[in-house]
Design a protein around this ligand. Structure first.
Ligand code: CP
Length: 312
């Protein structure tokens, strides 16, 4: 268990990783997120749980879903939110991550939502933050993306009741995927044994357990859940994958290939999608897709995480 994310009384102070998070805490976050969930077309409720608190978004890598949903979540809880434009911040002049933290702490920021390209950045921030300040990992290198892992299992739980009996297939660029790692952490906490990893051998890392497949059709046999991953060109050295057309032929999910899975399979993708590469539009927008439910759940999960960390 990562002790650095707990305070001296054993309360969750930061959310850095889902690895070995106690099941009770994960269940608490899922149940709480369910209460914050808003259906499409409904007007979101406005809460004052975080009234007077200041939340700062620090995204050193691009984001649409995570950044916007954290911002919406904070506003719906009544907090003040600053999203620093990193392209125009003093980080571009060489200011360090810790000096950025100290500077914004001096302005009475209470919680930092951080996406960073370096492994260890979240631990470093948590170790140096003031005792009352919270750090939330919004994506750390290829290592972890805990709120994505929580929203993924929340989405699955809304459709499938027994995690222990699920067959979950994670497909694609697993080597570079923080989404895959956090999904595996969350599924493992909930008791899922049958986690299959599928993709080109070069993109199946040794550090992850789970049955590995280079033949996608075989991996999909009897699957309850398929998680498609984006090919992360920005983290990839050249030559790791065949060209996109060949990749799509061997590892893309289309309506023919989906038939290897169970008829009620859930198709997930964290976004952003490379349509026509790892997934066809027919599948992404089709009846088995829960991609937009994942997005909706993201706001609710981030509300639950921030309210819980701040003891509200
Ligand atoms: N799923 C996800 O992290 O998407 P963004 O990069 O758009 O935040």
């Amino acid at each position: 268990m990562n002790q650095n994310q707990f305070d001296l009384k054993g309360h969750l102070q930061h959310l850095l990783t889902l690895a070995d998070l106690p099941q009770k805490i994960l269940f608490g976050l899922l149940d709480r997120a369910e209460k914050f969930r808003v259906n499409p077309g409904e007007t979101p409720s406005q809460y004052d749980l975080l009234a007077g608190k200041t939340i700062v978004n620090l995204f050193f890598e691009p984001s649409t879903r995570t950044r916007t949903s954290f911002e919406l979540a904070a506003r719906r809880l009544g907090a003040q939110v600053i999203t620093l434009d990193m392209a125009f911040s003093s980080a571009t002049k060489g200011e360090s991550l810790l000096d950025t933290l100290y500077t914004l702490e001096a302005m009475n920021a209470d919680l930092f939502v951080v996406r960073h390209q370096e492994t260890g950045a979240m631990e470093n921030l948590a170790q140096h933050a003031l005792p009352h300040v919270h750090i939330v990992n919004a994506g750390e290198a290829h290592v972890s993306h805990p709120t994505q892992g929580i929203l993924d299992v929340l989405t699955i739980r809304q459709h499938k009741k027994n995690f222990e009996k699920l067959s979950v297939v994670i497909v694609g660029d697993i080597r570079h995927s923080r989404v895959a790692r956090s999904a595996i952490h969350a599924l493992t906490i909930l008791g899922t044994q049958n986690i299959r990893l599928a993709g080109p051998a070069e993109l199946l890392p040794d550090d992850l357990s789970g049955e590995k497949f280079t033949n996608l059709d075989k991996a999909l046999e009897g699957a309850d859940v398929i998680m498609m991953l984006r090919i992360q060109k920005e983290r990839m050295r050249s030559g790791l994958i065949p060209d996109e057309r060949e990749y799509a032929r061997r590892y893309g999910l289309d309506i023919t290939r989906i038939k290897f899975a169970k008829p009620d399979v859930l198709v997930m993708h964290p976004g952003p999608m490379n349509r026509g590469v790892e997934i066809t539009s027919e599948v992404a927008d089709g009846p088995r897709s829960v991609v937009r439910e994942q997005v909706a759940n993201g706001v609710a999960v981030r509300m639950a995480v921030m309210a819980t960390l701040m003891g509200k």
